[in-house]
Design a binder for this molecule. Structure first.
Ligand code: NAD
Length: 485
């Protein structure tokens, strides 16, 4: 980005787009086949880095959702429900293997539809999605050891709604445990990123998964609402914004639906003066600039101990000057496109509010492409605790920096948010890590690292970040009825 950097610029290294065959239009995946929506409505999905239309995608209305839920119910009371657990496991393993076999195709499609760098979809999203299917396949015939009684039972039909930031990965967090536990699913991907879910539907066909075990209905909020409110959905699993999570909680209150909500976050990444500063700076960059900051658990609030403030900020600014923003399909790109115009406008609105609140804005010299949706990596210093950029989730490449003097002050500031999804602690002292972890009201606390995901480890929030856990034994529990009593 800087002139010194340009002298050492990498040559373009674009991944081949020809690896994936994008169809001009997609139907809904219901009962094992692609079908047209009842009223023939569709919407376009575009590439956020170029604004090119990638495909026309069916928009599911209430009749389509009903059809999908009925297909899921038939599979649940039919072949899937009757299948031995060890047989069911084979299907989940098969899906894991197919994700691996078609990894390059999935990565390219994810990057085109989402705007994230190919390096991230190739090295993080797709392998972690496969890991979720592998891990959960192992659970299918061991449910008696889940701590939920001798013979826990599946819940039934799961209605699952996911966001656009990690489309395939969020799908895997939802579908893998549901299937391993013996449920059937209807999943609605986000309206701006439906394509990898539709390719996953083809994988289900390739795996010979019995029809109706997995159904994919595409559409926007109204489709999601029809799904979660459908009377024959037994379990709702939602990942998305806190506002929509609250609306869903209200809509299903008084029903006997089970629900897990994985919502927003405003994580504190806390750097003490004894931390290895270079590593901490890498962790700060990974914490907030990974996936353009479109990460629920992003370390969007940096809390730095005052005595190392200048050192950390100098080093951070230097490091940000080396990030490459641009074509997400280039293997050297660090920062890709913002997923949608609506999200870009939200980031602009909140960053403008930050400046209006008196915080100081800084970005490295950085040319933004003319076409598509882009926002430069941005750091705000002098941020007041009550400023909107310290309190609200921006969901973009924007870091708000605050300072502290003592561990107690760090904890008080870190917990001073309506959210409670994740936090990071950088220090050399093990005892301080444990003390901090016990005080931070966050579902996940990383120590001397950030944004690490593993299917064996439960993930989820406190307060307005939602409830329920995904991953690990705790995640399986959300898809099972206990026979403990
Ligand atoms: P969003 O809430 O706008 O949309 C999420 C999904 O819900 C989309 O598929 C959308 O179509 C659907 N939806 C919208 N209105 C609905 C309604 N009334 N009923 C049912 N479904 C509805 O969120 P987004 O902008 O797509 O995603 C970003 C948000 O997701 C951020 O707040 C982020 O923190 C959160 N997120 C949380 C986690 C987590 O694990 N906690 C993970 C990823 C993203």
């Amino acid at each position: 980005m800087t002139s010194e950097r340009r002298a050492f610029a990498y040559a373009p290294a674009p991944e081949s787009r020809a690896l994936v065959d994008i169809k001009p239009s997609y139907g809904l995946f219901v009962g094992g086949e692609f079908v047209d929506p009842a009223d023939g409505t569709s919407f376009k999905t575009i590439s956020p880095s170029s604004e090119e239309v990638l495909a026309e995608v069916a928009e599911a209305g209430p009749a389509d959702v009903d059809r999908a839920v009925r297909a899921a119910r038939r599979a649940f009371t039919g072949p899937w429900g009757r299948m031995r657990a060890a047989e069911r496991a084979k299907y989940v393993f098969r899906l894991a293997r197919l994700i691996q076999e078609r990894a390059r195709e999935l990565a390219v499609l994810e990057t085109l539809d989402n705007g994230k760098p190919i390096r991230e979809s190739r090295d993080v999203d797709v392998p972690t999605a496969a890991a979720h299917f592998f891990y959960h396949a192992g659970w299918a015939d061991k449910l008696a050891y889940a701590g939920l009684g001798p013979d826990p039972k599946p819940i039934g039909v799961a209605g699952q709604v996911i966001p656009w930031n990690f489309p395939l990965l969020m799908l895997s967090w939802k579908i893998a445990p549901a299937l391993a536990a013996g449920n059937t699913v209807v999943l609605k991907p986000a309206e701006t990123t439906p394509l990898t879910a539709l390719l996953f539907a083809e994988l289900c066909q390739q795996a010979d998964l019995p029809p109706g075990v997995v159904n994919i209905v595409t559409g926007a909020g109204a489709t999601g609402q029809a799904l979660v409110e459908h009377p024959d959905v037994d379990k709702v699993a939602f990942t998305g914004s806190t506002d929509v999570g609250k609306a869903i909680a209200r809509a299903i209150a008084g029903t006997d639906k089970r629900v897990t909500l994985e919502l927003g976050g405003k994580a504190a990444n806390i750097v003490f003066d004894d931390a290895p500063i270079d590593q901490a700076v890498e962790g700060i960059v990974n914490g907030i600039f990974f996936n353009q900051g479109h990460v629920c658990c992003a370390g969007s609030r940096l809390l730095v101990q005052e005595s190392v403030y200048d050192e950390v900020l100098d080093s951070l600014r230097r490091r940000l000057g080396t990030l490459r923003l641009g074509d997400p399909m280039d293997k050297n790109t660090d920062i890709g496109a913002i997923n949608s115009l609506a999200q870009l406008q939200r980031i602009r609105e909140l960053t403008d509010a930050g400046e209006a609140d008196g915080a100081e804005r800084w970005s490295p010299p950085c040319e933004l492409p003319e076409q598509g949706f882009w926002f430069p990596p941005t750091v705000f210093t002098g941020v007041g605790q009550s400023s909107r950029i310290a309190q609200e989730e921006i969901f973009g490449p924007v870091l708000s920096v605050l300072t502290f003097r003592t561990p107690d002050e760090a904890v008080a500031k870190a917990n001073n948010t309506p959210y409670g999804l994740s936090a990071g602690v950088w220090t050399e002292k093990g005892s301080r890590i444990l003390w901090m972890a016990s005080k931070l009201r966050a579902g996940v606390v990383w120590a001397n690292t950030f944004n690490r995901f593993d299917p064996t480890s439960p993930f989820g929030g406190y307060k307005e970040s939602g409830f329920g856990r995904e991953g690990g034994r705790q995640g399986m529990a959300a898809y099972l009825r206990s026979t403990d009593a």
